[in-house]
Write a protein that binds this ligand. Structure first.
Ligand SMILES: *Cc1c(COP(=O)(O)O)cnc(C)c1O
Length: 362
């Protein structure tokens, strides 16, 4: 049996270091907003190439806090890819803003820059591209459109820790970026976690306050904030795992290369890659018009797969106001995409087995 993703062996590799990181926090007796977090924020900012990093409770809050810190609210529109995870939309609507879906490029799965302008109105405030499945969105044309219309560019980098675009890391490709450290992400902790990266000192400072009841000084509340902190234990674990992120991403690249070189089946379309070295393969997503049959076939042969995502946000009950709208490319992708097993601990035998079974499906 090859599961779609098994996290135990991923973290088992670092058991000794993770144990001692947790012990350090326990020995120290300081659990929130301490030196583990400060160290992680410095390390992750340096890794991304940004001036600032602010640790928060999860990826959804990271995106939410960026919008909040910019002061966006009811009436403001934010452009998002129509085929993203629901959290990108929720961060926008939680602030009272309106998510405006834009169709993706069906080859790269990322927001199609050529379709952005049609979605811009006088109320548009920002574009929120998602580096879906670990491949950076086309940030240069997106930046140009944003500059032309005076919009912010906010990266949803929750699937792209370590990804590159034109020599810069995800997290350093817009005005601000939100990361998630959910256990299954390329950089995952042992619970929930997230971070904002930015080069904007004022924004970083405001988010630092907003994550902690709107306060920088105890019991002095500048803003109506929330409680969204990355705790010391998770920060200590992330400090361990960050050291191995590039190595893990390289393993993902090798697995992706194997799949791309060896999967040969006329019913299957392989993912398009813009930049071989920049993609971090959070997910390896193929397309097939016979997706459901293929998924069942693989399941019968002991291979687990997933669908990211089976229902686009605009077709969800949570966004009833969008249910009547049609985004045919995103809808088609939701019927055709299939995520194959992908993790830095997969063996050559396992990925050969997956490949053999995909090739024998007819
Ligand atoms: C995981 C994810 C998020 C949300 O992160 P959480 O830490 O689970 O809140 C947001 N956007 C995308 C694209 C994600 O994959």
């Amino acid at each position: 049996m090859i599961p779609f993703l098994s996290l135990h062996p991923v973290n088992e590799r670092y058991r000794v270091e993770i144990d001692s990181a947790i012990k350090r926090v326990l020995d120290h007796g300081w659990y929130l907003l301490g030196e583990e977090l400060t160290n992680f924020e410095r390390n992750f900012a340096e890794y991304c190439g940004t001036k600032f990093c602010v640790g928060v409770a999860n990826g959804l809050d990271a995106l939410d806090l960026i919008l909040r810190a910019y002061g966006f609210g009811p009436g403001d529109e934010i452009l998002v890819p129509a085929n993203t995870f629901i959290a990108t939309f929720l961060a926008i609507s939680r602030n009272g803003c309106t998510p405006v879906p834009v169709e993706p490029d069906p080859k790269t799965f990322n927001i199609d820059p050529a379709k952005i302008e049609a979605g811009i109105t006088s109320r548009t405030r920002a574009i929120m591209p998602v580096h879906l499945y670990g491949q950076s969105a086309e940030m240069e044309p997106i930046r140009n459109i944003a500059d032309q219309f005076g919009l912010k560019v906010i990266e949803d980098a929750a699937q792209a820790h370590g990804a590159f675009y034109l020599g810069k890391r995800a997290g350093n490709l817009g005005d601000a970026a939100g990361f998630s450290f959910y256990p299954g992400k390329n950089l995952g902790c042992l619970g929930d976690g997230g971070a904002v990266t930015t080069n904007d000192a004022e924004l970083a400072e405001k988010i630092r306050a907003l994550r902690n009841y709107g306060s920088l000084e105890k019991y002095v509340h500048l803003y109506s904030g929330m409680n969204s902190r990355l705790d010391e234990i998770q920060a200590a674990i992330l400090n361990v795992k960050l050291k191995y992120l590039d190595e893990d991403n390289q393993k993902r690249r090798e697995i992706a290369r194997f799949y791309r070189e060896n999967i040969k089946n006329p019913c299957v379309e392989l993912p398009a890659v813009n930049d071989e070295k920049g993609h971090v393969w959070h997910l390896f997503v193929i397309r097939s018009s016979r997706r459901d049959e293929l998924r069942r076939y693989l399941e019968e042969h002991g291979i687990g797969t997933q669908i990211h995502y089976p229902i686009p946000p605009h077709k969800q009950g949570a966004y009833a106001e969008w249910n009547g709208h049609s985004f045919p490319i995103a809808e088609r992708l939701s019927r055709e995409v299939l995520s194959l097993p992908m993790s830095p601990v997969l063996t050559i035998e396992e990925i050969s087995n997956v490949t053999t079974h995909i090739n024998s499906f007819n």
